[in-house]
Design a protein around this ligand. Structure first.
Ligand code: 4AD
Ligand code: MG
Length: 460
C-alpha cells in the first residue's frame, strides 16, 4: 500500500480501512500494557495516535524505542475512545525505520524557545515549529498566487551585486573562502580573494533591478533572500531574511499603498481560511486574541497618516519615550507601537517622510523637504512594509545621488531607465519574517525562519 499522510488519514480516512503511515514518534506512553505513540509526519499539528497491543509480533522491540524514532506503521483506522480525536490507528505491523535513544534532546516537557534555537535542526519536529513552518510555506505559495492573478511578472534579482540599494553601508562583502585554508592572520579578511574585479556584496534589496524590469514588464515582483550586515540584536532584525518586492510602472504613492493594503489583507484572510488548525494553536498557546485581531485587520480600511502628523501625535502623547520625537528624526519602535496600538488601534500607513532619513531613490515632494515614502506599521511588530514612489526625473535623481554621496556613474544602468522611457513608478518591500511573526504571534524573528542568521546564530 502507498503511504498516507497523517493529515489525510485524520480528515478523510474511513474507520475500518487499513493504511500505512510513516513519521516520527513525538510521545510514547504505556498504559495497562498497551503502548500509545503520537506519530507525526509534519502534515498537520496533531499527529495520529498509534495503539500498539501486546499481541503485535515485535511488541518487545517497540516498548524499548525512544521518542524521536522514525516508524512505519500499517494499521487499522478505528474510532478512538479518547477525547479530542475521532480516529486512531491500531498497529498491525510496525517497523522501526530509525531508532532514537533516550538522549533525544526534545522530550515531552515544554522547552523554551531559547533552548530550541540551539537545536534548530530538531526543533522543526515540535508542534510549535511545525505550525510556524507550515504557515510560512502556505503563505509563500499564496504570495505567488496573489501576484500571478494580477499579472505581475516574477523576477529573480541577483544575490551578488555591486550596488547598495539602501545606501546604509550594510553589505556583506563577497570573497572566496576556503575553510581548509584560513587566512594567515587570524580574523583578517583577505581582499585579494574578492571574486570579481570590483568589490561585490550580498544584496540588501532587489529593488533597483526590479525597477529595471518594471520598465519593461509594467508590473513585477521579487521574492528572495536579502542580507543586511546590521549588528542590531533585536527580536525583529536578522542578517538574512526574505523580502517580497513588487514594483509597478505608471503608478504613484497612492497606488502603492493600495496594493500594499490589498496584499496584506489577502495574506491575513488566507491564513485564517487555510491554516485553521495551526492558527487555532497560535491563538490558544502563543497569543490569545490573535485570530480576532487578524480577522479585524482583514476587514479593516487602513489608516493613512502623514509623517508630520505622526510627529505631532507623538509629541502630544501622555507618555514619555526613551528616544526623542522631533520633525526630521526617524521613528523608533516605541513610537511605531504607540501609533499603532494607542493612536490608531490597528495598521497605519505613514506617508511622506523627511528626505534626509530616506534612501536616494525616493521621489521628492514639492515641499522640498519630504519624499513620497510610505511605511506600513502594525501593532506589536512595528514596520512591516517599507516603500515609495521612485524619482523618475533624471536631473533630480542625479542631484540627490550627489547629495547622498553616490557617484552617478556607478549606477549608470539605473539612470538609463530615466533617459529612455521614464515613467512614474512605485513599489515596496514586505519583510516575510515580520509577516509570519504578525500572523503567528511569535515574538522573535529567530523563531520564524528555519535557520536564523543573527549575530549569535549561524552555526548551521
Ligand atoms: O524598509 P526597507 O529597508 O526597504 C527596502 O529595502 C526597499 N528597497 C523596499 C522597496 O521599496 N522595494 O525593508 C523593507 C522591509 C521592512 O519594512 C521590514 O519588514 C523588512 O523589509 N526588513 C527586515 N526584516 C528582517 N530583518 C531585517 N534586518 C530587516 N530589514 C528590513
Ligand atoms: Mg524601512
Amino acid at each position: 500500500t502507498a503511504r498516507t499522510k497523517v493529515k489525510q488519514a485524520l480528515e478523510t480516512g474511513k474507520a475500518g480501512s487499513t493504511i500505512l503511515v510513516k513519521g516520527w514518534a513525538r510521545t510514547i506512553r504505556n498504559s495497562k500494557g498497551v503502548t500509545f505513540i503520537s506519530l507525526n509526519d509534519g502534515s498537520c499539528l496533531s499527529g495520529i495516535q498509534v495503539v500498539v497491543e501486546p499481541d503485535l509480533g515485535n511488541f518487545e522491540e517497540i516498548t524499548g524505542i525512544g521518542t524521536g524514532s522514525a516508524l512505519a506503521v500499517t494499521g487499522l483506522l478505528q474510532e478512538s475512545p479518547a477525547a479530542g480525536q475521532a480516529l486512531e490507528l491500531k498497529a498491525q505491523q510496525l517497523e522501526v525505520v530509525g531508532g532514537a535513544d533516550q538522549e533525544y534532546p526534545m522530550q515531552k516537557k515544554r522547552h523554551t524557545f531559547e533552548y530550541l534555537r540551539t537545536i534548530a535542526h530538531l526543533r522543526v519536529r515540535s508542534n510549535t515549529f511545525g505550525a510556524v513552518f507550515r504557515v510560512r510555506s502556505a503563505l509563500a505559495q499564496e504570495v505567488h498566487r496573489f501576484f500571478a492573478e494580477r499579472g505581475f511578472l516574477y523576477v529573480h534579482t541577483p544575490i551578488i551585486t555591486a550596488n547598495d540599494c539602501e545606501g546604509a553601508g550594510e553589505l556583506f562583502r563577497v570573497t572566496t573562502l576556503d575553510l581548509a585554508q584560513p587566512p594567515l592572520v587570524e580574523g583578517a579578511i583577505d581582499f585579494s580573494r574578492d571574486f570579481f574585479a570590483t568589490a561585490t556584496g550580498l544584496t540588501v534589496s532587489g529593488q533597483l533591478e526590479g525597477e529595471l524590469f518594471a520598465q519593461a514588464f509594467s508590473d513585477i515582483y521579487t521574492f528572495g533572500p536579502t542580507f543586511r550586515a546590521e549588528n542590531s540584536n533585536t527580536a525583529r532584525h536578522a542578517a538574512e531574511f526574505w523580502m517580497i518586492e513588487p514594483e509597478m510602472a505608471f503608478a504613484d504613492l497612492a497606488d502603492d499603498a493600495d496594493l500594499a493594503e490589498a496584499f496584506f489583507k489577502r495574506l491575513c484572510r488566507f491564513a485564517l481560511d487555510n491554516c485553521g488548525e495551526d492558527m487555532n494553536f497560535f491563538n490558544t498557546q502563543i497569543d490569545k486574541g490573535l485570530i480576532q485581531r487578524i480577522e479585524a485587520v482583514a476587514q479593516a480600511s487602513f489608516a493613512r497618516m502623514d509623517y508630520g502628523e505622526a510627529i505631532e501625535r507623538l509629541k502630544k502623547a501622555p507618555v514619555s519615550f526613551q528616544f526623542p520625537v522631533e520633525w526630521g528624526l526617524d521613528l523608533q519602535s516605541e513610537h511605531e507601537r504607540y501609533l499603532t496600538e494607542q493612536v490608531v488601534g490597528g495598521p497605519v500607513f505613514i506617508l511622506n517622510y523627511p528626505k534626509d532619513i530616506k534612501a536616494f531613490y525616493m521621489r521628492q515632494n514639492d515641499d522640498g523637504r519630504t519624499v513620497a515614502a510610505m511605511d506600513l506599521l502594525v501593532p506589536k511588530v512595528g514596520e512591516i512594509i517599507g516603500g515609495s514612489q521612485r524619482e523618475e526625473r533624471l536631473e533630480l535623481l542625479e542631484q540627490r545621488m550627489l547629495e547622498t554621496g553616490i557617484a552617478p556613474e556607478s549606477l549608470s544602468w539605473y539612470l538609463d531607465t530615466r533617459r529612455w522611457g521614464s515613467t512614474p513608478h512605485a513599489g515596496f518591500g514586505l519583510g516575510f519574517e515580520r509577516l509570519i511573526m504578525y500572523l503567528t504571534g511569535m515574538e522573535n524573528i529567530r523563531d520564524v525562519i528555519p535557520f536564523p542568521r543573527t549575530p549569535r546564530h549561524a552555526e548551521f
